[in-house]
Design a protein around this ligand. Structure first.
Ligand code: 13P
Length: 247
């Protein structure tokens, strides 16, 4: 059985005192659920502090090169050296705002796999692509280029997050039939590319997941969990998602 994952992507939010407040509330709640994995992707300045809590802590970004003159960037080896456990690659905000293209994303995937470092590969279409019926082809091309040299033997490093751009931060999540269609498509693609081990790769959904819609979204059998932005910034709210995932 695939493990379920609930991942908080804090993006560029929360100050140091707010992180401490979040942790205070977090520690007062019961997160014991052996079948589920909780992950936090904070701004990099908080990584070390959060790692010390024993949580699965991941980075929001990593650079494709291993070391050197890349001011402002962080290397896989640096993340590993402070026990960060995974990283997001290909988030639509990195693709759109920071102009990360398929080639760079593929290079990041290779760097992570080369270092044995787990990653969540994000994919998803813009609203125009969906309206033109191009959403499946678009996601396929994102995955194809990112995973071009991916060795199936390293499947345990890979998690996919389907995050339609139009659903991110909009308050309007994708419908369950839209998510089911895409997740089934992604699963088929992975099976074609990687073989039967594809069934062990978790596929998450992301885009306006909140306490109102979580139960419905998590009732989709193809949804192995969620990558959550806004609703993860409040530990109490995030805990409701955790409970919805275990229901
Ligand atoms: P929201 O949950 O705020 O829509 O963000 C989703 C996301 O981009 C997670 O990576």
């Amino acid at each position: 059985m695939r493990k379920k994952i609930l991942a908080a992507n804090w993006k560029m939010n929360l100050t140091q005192p707010q992180v401490l407040d979040w942790l205070k509330v977090f520690h007062d709640l019961d997160w014991h659920q052996p079948q589920q994995e909780l992950r936090i992707y904070p701004s990099s300045i908080y990584l070390k502090e959060l790692v010390s809590t024993g949580l699965h802590v991941g980075a929001q970004n990593v650079f494709a090169e291993q070391k050197g003159a890349f001011t402002g960037e962080i290397a896989v080896e640096q993340l590993q050296s402070i026990d960060v456990q995974s990283v997001l690659i290909g988030h639509s905000e990195r693709r759109l705002i920071f102009k990360e293209d398929d080639a760079l994303i593929a290079q990041k995937v290779r760097t992570c796999t080369g270092a044995g470092f787990p990653f969540i590969l994000c994919c998803g279409e813009a609203i125009e692509q969906r309206e033109q019926g191009q959403h499946l082809a678009h996601v396929e091309s994102q995955l194809k280029s990112a995973l071009e040299q991916f060795d199936p033997a390293q499947h345990s490093l890979l998690t996919i997050a389907y995050e339609p751009i139009w659903a991110i931060g909009s308050g309007m999540s994708a419908r369950t039939d839209q998510i089911s269609e895409m997740h089934a498509f992604i699963r088929d693609f992975l099976e074609k590319e990687l073989g039967a081990i594809a069934h062990q790769i978790p596929i998450l959904y992301g885009g306006s997941v909140n306490s109102q819609n979580a139960s419905e979204l998590f009732s989709c059998p193809s949804v192995d969990g969620a990558l959550v932005g806004g609703a993860s910034l409040d530990a109490q709210h995030f805990h409701q998602l955790w409970q919805a995932l275990s229901a």
